[in-house]
Design a protein around this ligand. Sequence first.
Ligand SMILES: [Ca+2]
Ligand SMILES: [Ca+2]
Ligand SMILES: [Ca+2]
Ligand SMILES: [Ca+2]
Length: 410
Amino acid sequence: MEINRKSPASIAPTANTATSRAQAPKAKPLTVRDGFDSQGARPSNFVDRPTGRPSTPGASVPASAFAFGGANVAVKPGANKVADTKPVDPSQPKPKLTGEPVIAVIDGGVDYKHTDLDDAMWTNPGEVEGDGIDNDGNGIADDIHGFNVGTGKGDPFKGEGTDHGTHVAGIIAAEDNGEGNTGIAAGKAKILSVGGLYDGADLLTNFERSVDYLVKMKTEHGVNIRAANASFGDSYRDVASQKRWEAAIQKLADADILLLAATANGNGSNMNNVPDMPANVDLPNVLTVASMDRNNDKLARFSSHGDKVVDLAAVGEDVFSTVPGNDWEEMSGTSMATPTVAATAARMFAENPDLTAVQVRDLILKTVDPDADLKGKVITGGKLNIQAAIDAAKATVEPKPETQQPVASR
Ligand SMILES: [Ca+2]
Ligand SMILES: [Ca+2]
Ligand SMILES: [Ca+2]
Ligand SMILES: [Ca+2]
Protein backbone atom coordinates (compact mmCIF):
# COMPACT_ATOMS: atom_id res chain seq x y z
CA MET A 1 0.00 0.00 0.00
CA GLU A 2 1.17 3.46 -0.87
CA ILE A 3 1.94 5.82 1.95
CA ASN A 4 -0.14 8.93 1.46
CA ARG A 5 2.04 11.74 0.35
CA LYS A 6 2.14 14.18 -2.46
CA SER A 7 4.87 14.32 -5.03
CA PRO A 8 7.37 17.13 -4.47
CA ALA A 9 6.24 18.98 -7.57
CA SER A 10 2.66 19.23 -6.37
CA ILE A 11 3.39 20.62 -2.94
CA ALA A 12 5.86 23.40 -3.55
CA PRO A 13 4.21 25.90 -1.16
CA THR A 14 3.86 23.29 1.58
CA ALA A 15 7.47 22.22 1.17
CA ASN A 16 8.58 25.79 1.84
CA THR A 17 6.65 25.83 5.07
CA ALA A 18 8.20 22.52 6.03
CA THR A 19 11.67 23.95 5.51
CA SER A 20 11.05 26.75 7.94
CA ARG A 21 9.73 24.30 10.50
CA ALA A 22 12.79 22.14 10.27
CA GLN A 23 14.85 25.13 11.33
CA ALA A 24 12.72 25.79 14.39
CA PRO A 25 14.80 26.15 17.56
CA LYS A 26 13.29 23.11 19.19
CA ALA A 27 15.14 20.79 16.83
CA LYS A 28 17.57 18.80 18.94
CA PRO A 29 21.16 19.95 18.62
CA LEU A 30 23.57 17.54 17.01
CA THR A 31 25.33 15.35 19.50
CA VAL A 32 28.16 12.87 19.33
CA ARG A 33 25.95 10.32 21.05
CA ASP A 34 23.63 10.12 18.11
CA GLY A 35 26.50 9.81 15.71
CA PHE A 36 25.63 12.89 13.72
CA ASP A 37 28.65 13.65 11.61
CA SER A 38 27.09 15.81 8.98
CA GLN A 39 23.86 17.61 8.37
CA GLY A 40 23.89 16.56 4.74
CA ALA A 41 21.99 13.39 5.47
CA ARG A 42 18.92 15.23 6.69
CA PRO A 43 16.17 16.26 4.35
CA SER A 44 14.94 19.83 4.70
CA ASN A 45 11.74 18.67 6.39
CA PHE A 46 13.58 16.50 8.91
CA VAL A 47 12.29 16.48 12.49
CA ASP A 48 14.19 14.69 15.20
CA ARG A 49 12.58 12.58 17.89
CA PRO A 50 11.78 14.90 20.78
CA THR A 51 13.68 14.19 24.00
CA GLY A 52 11.52 16.16 26.39
CA ARG A 53 12.79 18.18 29.33
CA PRO A 54 15.85 17.21 31.28
CA SER A 55 15.12 15.44 34.52
CA THR A 56 14.98 18.10 37.19
CA PRO A 57 13.62 17.98 40.71
CA GLY A 58 10.65 20.21 41.42
CA ALA A 59 8.92 19.96 38.07
CA SER A 60 6.29 22.62 37.57
CA VAL A 61 3.33 20.28 37.90
CA PRO A 62 2.98 18.75 41.36
CA ALA A 63 2.65 14.98 41.51
CA SER A 64 -0.64 15.47 43.34
CA ALA A 65 -2.13 16.60 40.03
CA PHE A 66 -1.88 12.99 38.86
CA ALA A 67 -4.49 11.31 40.93
CA PHE A 68 -4.70 8.15 38.85
CA GLY A 69 -1.68 6.48 40.39
CA GLY A 70 1.80 5.41 39.39
CA ALA A 71 5.18 4.75 40.93
CA ASN A 72 6.13 8.37 41.44
CA VAL A 73 2.67 9.80 41.67
CA ALA A 74 0.64 10.55 44.74
CA VAL A 75 -2.38 8.28 44.87
CA LYS A 76 -5.66 9.35 46.38
CA PRO A 77 -6.95 6.87 48.94
CA GLY A 78 -9.16 4.44 47.09
CA ALA A 79 -8.09 5.71 43.69
CA ASN A 80 -6.46 2.45 42.73
CA LYS A 81 -9.71 0.61 42.15
CA VAL A 82 -8.18 -2.39 40.42
CA ALA A 83 -6.04 -3.24 43.43
CA ASP A 84 -8.74 -2.49 45.97
CA THR A 85 -11.66 -4.40 44.54
CA LYS A 86 -12.19 -8.11 45.05
CA PRO A 87 -9.64 -10.39 43.41
CA VAL A 88 -10.40 -11.23 39.80
CA ASP A 89 -11.35 -14.85 39.18
CA PRO A 90 -8.93 -15.93 36.42
CA SER A 91 -11.50 -18.40 35.04
CA GLN A 92 -13.87 -15.53 34.31
CA PRO A 93 -13.24 -13.99 30.90
CA LYS A 94 -12.54 -10.28 30.99
CA PRO A 95 -15.33 -8.09 29.64
CA LYS A 96 -14.87 -7.89 25.90
CA LEU A 97 -13.64 -4.53 24.71
CA THR A 98 -15.73 -3.33 21.83
CA GLY A 99 -15.60 -0.65 19.18
CA GLU A 100 -12.79 0.46 16.95
CA PRO A 101 -9.26 -0.06 18.18
CA VAL A 102 -7.99 3.04 19.99
CA ILE A 103 -4.41 4.07 19.30
CA ALA A 104 -2.79 6.35 21.86
CA VAL A 105 -0.49 9.03 20.51
CA ILE A 106 1.87 9.87 23.37
CA ASP A 107 3.47 13.10 22.16
CA GLY A 108 2.77 16.78 21.90
CA GLY A 109 -1.01 17.10 21.82
CA VAL A 110 -3.10 16.33 18.75
CA ASP A 111 -5.18 19.13 17.21
CA TYR A 112 -8.49 17.36 17.77
CA LYS A 113 -10.37 20.17 16.04
CA HIS A 114 -8.43 19.69 12.77
CA THR A 115 -11.01 19.02 10.03
CA ASP A 116 -8.99 15.97 8.94
CA LEU A 117 -8.84 14.51 12.46
CA ASP A 118 -11.94 15.64 14.37
CA ASP A 119 -13.95 12.58 13.36
CA ALA A 120 -10.99 10.28 14.00
CA MET A 121 -10.58 11.21 17.66
CA TRP A 122 -11.56 8.96 20.50
CA THR A 123 -14.20 10.64 22.65
CA ASN A 124 -14.54 9.70 26.29
CA PRO A 125 -18.13 8.43 26.64
CA GLY A 126 -18.11 8.95 30.41
CA GLU A 127 -17.10 12.58 30.37
CA VAL A 128 -19.27 15.68 29.90
CA GLU A 129 -17.39 18.36 28.00
CA GLY A 130 -16.62 21.73 29.50
CA ASP A 131 -18.38 21.41 32.86
CA GLY A 132 -15.11 21.35 34.80
CA ILE A 133 -16.23 18.14 36.50
CA ASP A 134 -14.52 14.75 36.44
CA ASN A 135 -17.70 12.94 35.40
CA ASP A 136 -16.16 9.49 34.92
CA GLY A 137 -14.16 9.63 38.14
CA ASN A 138 -10.77 8.88 36.61
CA GLY A 139 -9.12 11.81 38.37
CA ILE A 140 -9.12 14.18 35.38
CA ALA A 141 -11.85 16.72 34.64
CA ASP A 142 -12.98 17.06 31.03
CA ASP A 143 -10.60 14.52 29.50
CA ILE A 144 -12.67 14.36 26.34
CA HIS A 145 -10.12 13.27 23.70
CA GLY A 146 -7.29 12.27 26.01
CA PHE A 147 -5.15 13.79 28.69
CA ASN A 148 -2.31 16.28 29.10
CA VAL A 149 0.56 14.88 31.17
CA GLY A 150 2.33 18.23 31.07
CA THR A 151 -0.46 20.16 32.75
CA GLY A 152 -2.29 17.34 34.53
CA LYS A 153 -5.49 18.59 32.87
CA GLY A 154 -7.93 17.22 30.37
CA ASP A 155 -7.00 19.22 27.28
CA PRO A 156 -4.19 17.40 25.42
CA PHE A 157 -3.73 20.12 22.78
CA LYS A 158 -1.58 22.44 24.87
CA GLY A 159 2.18 22.82 25.12
CA GLU A 160 5.25 21.86 23.10
CA GLY A 161 5.34 19.59 20.09
CA THR A 162 1.72 19.82 18.96
CA ASP A 163 2.89 19.93 15.33
CA HIS A 164 4.80 16.69 15.88
CA GLY A 165 1.94 14.94 17.67
CA THR A 166 -0.67 16.11 15.17
CA HIS A 167 1.48 14.90 12.26
CA VAL A 168 1.89 11.49 13.88
CA ALA A 169 -1.86 11.20 14.49
CA GLY A 170 -2.67 12.02 10.85
CA ILE A 171 -0.35 9.31 9.55
CA ILE A 172 -2.41 6.86 11.57
CA ALA A 173 -5.96 8.05 11.12
CA ALA A 174 -6.44 11.25 9.07
CA GLU A 175 -9.86 11.00 7.50
CA ASP A 176 -10.62 9.68 4.02
CA ASN A 177 -12.58 12.84 3.25
CA GLY A 178 -11.11 14.20 0.03
CA GLU A 179 -8.86 16.74 1.75
CA GLY A 180 -5.26 16.59 2.87
CA ASN A 181 -4.02 13.08 3.52
CA THR A 182 -5.66 9.79 4.38
CA GLY A 183 -4.29 7.86 7.34
CA ILE A 184 -3.45 4.21 6.85
CA ALA A 185 -6.10 3.29 9.42
CA ALA A 186 -8.63 5.94 8.32
CA GLY A 187 -12.09 5.01 9.53
CA LYS A 188 -10.77 1.88 11.27
CA ALA A 189 -9.26 3.33 14.43
CA LYS A 190 -9.60 6.20 16.87
CA ILE A 191 -6.85 8.43 18.20
CA LEU A 192 -6.48 9.09 21.92
CA SER A 193 -4.09 11.99 22.45
CA VAL A 194 -1.82 11.93 25.46
CA GLY A 195 -0.37 15.40 25.05
CA GLY A 196 2.02 17.59 26.99
CA LEU A 197 4.80 14.99 26.88
CA TYR A 198 7.48 17.67 26.54
CA ASP A 199 6.11 19.95 29.25
CA GLY A 200 6.09 20.03 33.02
CA ALA A 201 8.23 17.09 34.03
CA ASP A 202 10.97 15.13 32.25
CA LEU A 203 10.26 12.64 29.48
CA LEU A 204 10.42 9.55 31.67
CA THR A 205 8.13 10.90 34.37
CA ASN A 206 5.66 12.08 31.74
CA PHE A 207 5.81 8.69 30.03
CA GLU A 208 5.00 6.96 33.32
CA ARG A 209 2.03 9.28 33.78
CA SER A 210 0.91 8.55 30.23
CA VAL A 211 1.07 4.81 30.85
CA ASP A 212 -0.88 5.09 34.09
CA TYR A 213 -3.66 7.02 32.36
CA LEU A 214 -3.86 4.55 29.47
CA VAL A 215 -3.82 1.46 31.67
CA LYS A 216 -6.49 2.91 33.93
CA MET A 217 -8.70 3.86 30.99
CA LYS A 218 -8.38 0.37 29.52
CA THR A 219 -8.64 -1.78 32.63
CA GLU A 220 -11.13 0.27 34.66
CA HIS A 221 -13.09 2.19 32.04
CA GLY A 222 -13.14 -0.38 29.23
CA VAL A 223 -11.56 1.81 26.54
CA ASN A 224 -10.36 -0.41 23.67
CA ILE A 225 -6.76 0.84 23.73
CA ARG A 226 -4.61 -1.53 21.66
CA ALA A 227 -1.41 0.34 20.89
CA ALA A 228 0.57 3.43 21.82
CA ASN A 229 2.88 5.35 19.53
CA ALA A 230 6.21 6.54 20.94
CA SER A 231 7.91 8.80 18.40
CA PHE A 232 10.33 10.13 21.00
CA GLY A 233 13.27 8.91 23.01
CA ASP A 234 16.62 9.55 24.58
CA SER A 235 19.61 7.79 26.05
CA TYR A 236 19.32 6.87 29.76
CA ARG A 237 22.63 5.67 31.13
CA ASP A 238 21.59 5.19 34.75
CA VAL A 239 20.22 1.80 35.64
CA ALA A 240 17.47 3.21 37.86
CA SER A 241 15.96 5.12 34.95
CA GLN A 242 16.27 2.11 32.66
CA LYS A 243 14.33 0.05 35.18
CA ARG A 244 11.63 2.71 35.36
CA TRP A 245 11.24 2.64 31.56
CA GLU A 246 10.99 -1.14 31.67
CA ALA A 247 8.47 -1.11 34.50
CA ALA A 248 6.24 1.35 32.68
CA ILE A 249 6.34 -0.68 29.46
CA GLN A 250 5.65 -3.84 31.45
CA LYS A 251 2.47 -2.15 32.70
CA LEU A 252 1.46 -1.65 29.07
CA ALA A 253 2.24 -5.33 28.42
CA ASP A 254 0.11 -6.39 31.37
CA ALA A 255 -2.76 -4.37 29.88
CA ASP A 256 -2.12 -5.95 26.44
CA ILE A 257 -1.05 -2.68 24.82
CA LEU A 258 1.52 -2.68 22.01
CA LEU A 259 4.19 0.03 22.04
CA LEU A 260 5.55 1.29 18.72
CA ALA A 261 8.87 3.01 19.37
CA ALA A 262 11.05 5.10 17.06
CA THR A 263 14.76 4.43 16.96
CA ALA A 264 17.09 7.43 16.84
CA ASN A 265 17.86 9.66 13.87
CA GLY A 266 21.61 9.21 14.09
CA ASN A 267 22.57 9.31 10.40
CA GLY A 268 23.32 5.61 10.23
CA SER A 269 24.49 5.18 13.82
CA ASN A 270 24.24 1.70 15.32
CA MET A 271 22.02 1.63 18.45
CA ASN A 272 22.85 -1.93 19.55
CA ASN A 273 24.73 -0.92 22.67
CA VAL A 274 23.00 2.37 23.39
CA PRO A 275 20.52 2.56 26.30
CA ASP A 276 18.00 4.29 24.06
CA MET A 277 14.63 4.48 25.78
CA PRO A 278 11.94 3.43 25.15
CA ALA A 279 13.08 2.00 21.79
CA ASN A 280 15.61 -0.48 23.15
CA VAL A 281 13.52 -1.93 25.96
CA ASP A 282 13.47 -5.67 25.37
CA LEU A 283 9.88 -6.69 26.05
CA PRO A 284 7.57 -8.66 23.74
CA ASN A 285 5.05 -5.83 23.40
CA VAL A 286 7.61 -3.40 21.92
CA LEU A 287 8.19 -2.92 18.20
CA THR A 288 11.12 -0.67 17.32
CA VAL A 289 11.12 1.09 13.99
CA ALA A 290 13.78 2.58 11.69
CA SER A 291 12.99 4.75 8.69
CA MET A 292 13.07 3.81 5.02
CA ASP A 293 13.62 6.52 2.43
CA ARG A 294 10.73 8.05 0.50
CA ASN A 295 10.86 5.32 -2.16
CA ASN A 296 10.82 2.50 0.42
CA ASP A 297 14.05 1.40 -1.24
CA LYS A 298 16.83 1.96 1.33
CA LEU A 299 17.23 2.80 4.98
CA ALA A 300 16.78 6.58 5.11
CA ARG A 301 20.12 8.33 5.50
CA PHE A 302 19.01 10.08 8.68
CA SER A 303 17.86 6.85 10.38
CA SER A 304 19.78 4.84 12.94
CA HIS A 305 19.63 1.04 12.96
CA GLY A 306 20.73 -1.93 15.09
CA ASP A 307 20.31 -5.63 14.36
CA LYS A 308 19.82 -6.44 18.05
CA VAL A 309 17.41 -3.65 18.96
CA VAL A 310 15.53 -2.37 15.88
CA ASP A 311 12.86 -4.73 14.55
CA LEU A 312 12.02 -3.38 11.12
CA ALA A 313 11.90 -0.27 8.95
CA ALA A 314 9.00 1.64 7.41
CA VAL A 315 8.75 4.72 5.20
CA GLY A 316 9.43 7.87 7.21
CA GLU A 317 10.75 10.33 4.64
CA ASP A 318 8.67 13.11 3.10
CA VAL A 319 5.48 11.89 4.76
CA PHE A 320 2.55 14.23 4.17
CA SER A 321 0.21 14.60 7.13
CA THR A 322 -1.79 16.90 9.36
CA VAL A 323 -0.39 19.82 11.36
CA PRO A 324 -2.34 22.16 13.65
CA GLY A 325 -4.63 24.80 12.19
CA ASN A 326 -6.26 22.74 9.42
CA ASP A 327 -2.97 22.42 7.57
CA TRP A 328 -0.76 19.64 6.25
CA GLU A 329 2.99 19.29 5.76
CA GLU A 330 5.65 16.84 4.78
CA MET A 331 7.98 15.74 7.57
CA SER A 332 10.80 13.20 7.71
CA GLY A 333 12.20 11.15 10.58
CA THR A 334 11.84 7.89 12.45
CA SER A 335 8.98 9.75 14.16
CA MET A 336 7.05 9.42 10.91
CA ALA A 337 8.04 5.79 10.22
CA THR A 338 6.76 4.61 13.60
CA PRO A 339 3.09 5.65 13.25
CA THR A 340 3.07 3.91 9.87
CA VAL A 341 3.54 0.69 11.83
CA ALA A 342 1.09 1.77 14.53
CA ALA A 343 -1.57 2.31 11.88
CA THR A 344 -0.89 -1.10 10.38
CA ALA A 345 -1.31 -2.63 13.83
CA ALA A 346 -4.61 -0.76 14.19
CA ARG A 347 -5.85 -2.25 10.92
CA MET A 348 -4.88 -5.71 12.18
CA PHE A 349 -6.73 -5.26 15.47
CA ALA A 350 -9.73 -4.08 13.45
CA GLU A 351 -9.59 -7.26 11.34
CA ASN A 352 -9.36 -9.52 14.37
CA PRO A 353 -10.13 -8.01 17.76
CA ASP A 354 -9.11 -11.27 19.42
CA LEU A 355 -5.44 -10.76 18.54
CA THR A 356 -3.15 -9.81 21.41
CA ALA A 357 -0.49 -7.14 21.23
CA VAL A 358 2.22 -9.79 21.09
CA GLN A 359 0.44 -11.67 18.30
CA VAL A 360 0.12 -8.52 16.19
CA ARG A 361 3.78 -7.76 16.76
CA ASP A 362 4.76 -11.27 15.66
CA LEU A 363 2.59 -11.10 12.52
CA ILE A 364 4.11 -7.75 11.53
CA LEU A 365 7.59 -9.20 11.95
CA LYS A 366 6.74 -12.38 10.02
CA THR A 367 5.33 -10.50 7.05
CA VAL A 368 8.13 -7.99 6.43
CA ASP A 369 9.62 -7.68 2.97
CA PRO A 370 13.29 -8.62 3.16
CA ASP A 371 15.46 -5.80 1.86
CA ALA A 372 19.13 -6.14 0.98
CA ASP A 373 19.84 -2.72 2.45
CA LEU A 374 18.45 -3.78 5.84
CA LYS A 375 20.41 -7.01 6.18
CA GLY A 376 22.47 -6.83 9.36
CA LYS A 377 20.82 -3.52 10.24
CA VAL A 378 17.48 -4.54 11.70
CA ILE A 379 16.46 -7.78 13.42
CA THR A 380 14.14 -8.97 10.65
CA GLY A 381 16.30 -7.65 7.81
CA GLY A 382 13.07 -6.33 6.40
CA LYS A 383 10.62 -3.48 5.94
CA LEU A 384 6.95 -3.19 6.78
CA ASN A 385 4.53 -4.76 4.29
CA ILE A 386 1.25 -3.15 5.27
CA GLN A 387 -1.03 -5.29 3.15
CA ALA A 388 0.71 -8.58 4.02
CA ALA A 389 0.43 -7.77 7.72
CA ILE A 390 -3.30 -6.97 7.42
CA ASP A 391 -3.87 -10.13 5.36
CA ALA A 392 -2.08 -12.18 8.00
CA ALA A 393 -4.36 -10.75 10.68
CA LYS A 394 -7.41 -11.54 8.53
CA ALA A 395 -6.22 -15.11 8.13
CA THR A 396 -6.28 -15.59 11.91
CA VAL A 397 -10.03 -15.00 12.10
CA GLU A 398 -11.68 -18.33 12.85
CA PRO A 399 -14.84 -19.03 10.88
CA LYS A 400 -17.86 -19.26 13.15
CA PRO A 401 -19.26 -22.78 13.50
CA GLU A 402 -22.56 -23.20 11.60
CA THR A 403 -24.37 -24.47 14.66
CA GLN A 404 -23.62 -21.38 16.73
CA GLN A 405 -25.79 -18.32 16.54
CA PRO A 406 -23.87 -15.13 15.96
CA VAL A 407 -23.32 -13.14 19.13
CA ALA A 408 -26.19 -10.69 19.38
CA SER A 409 -24.02 -7.67 19.95
CA ARG A 410 -22.01 -8.11 16.76
CA1 LIG B 1 -13.49 15.79 9.77
CA1 LIG C 1 -12.45 12.28 33.75
CA1 LIG D 1 -16.52 16.90 32.58
CA1 LIG E 1 -8.10 13.50 4.65
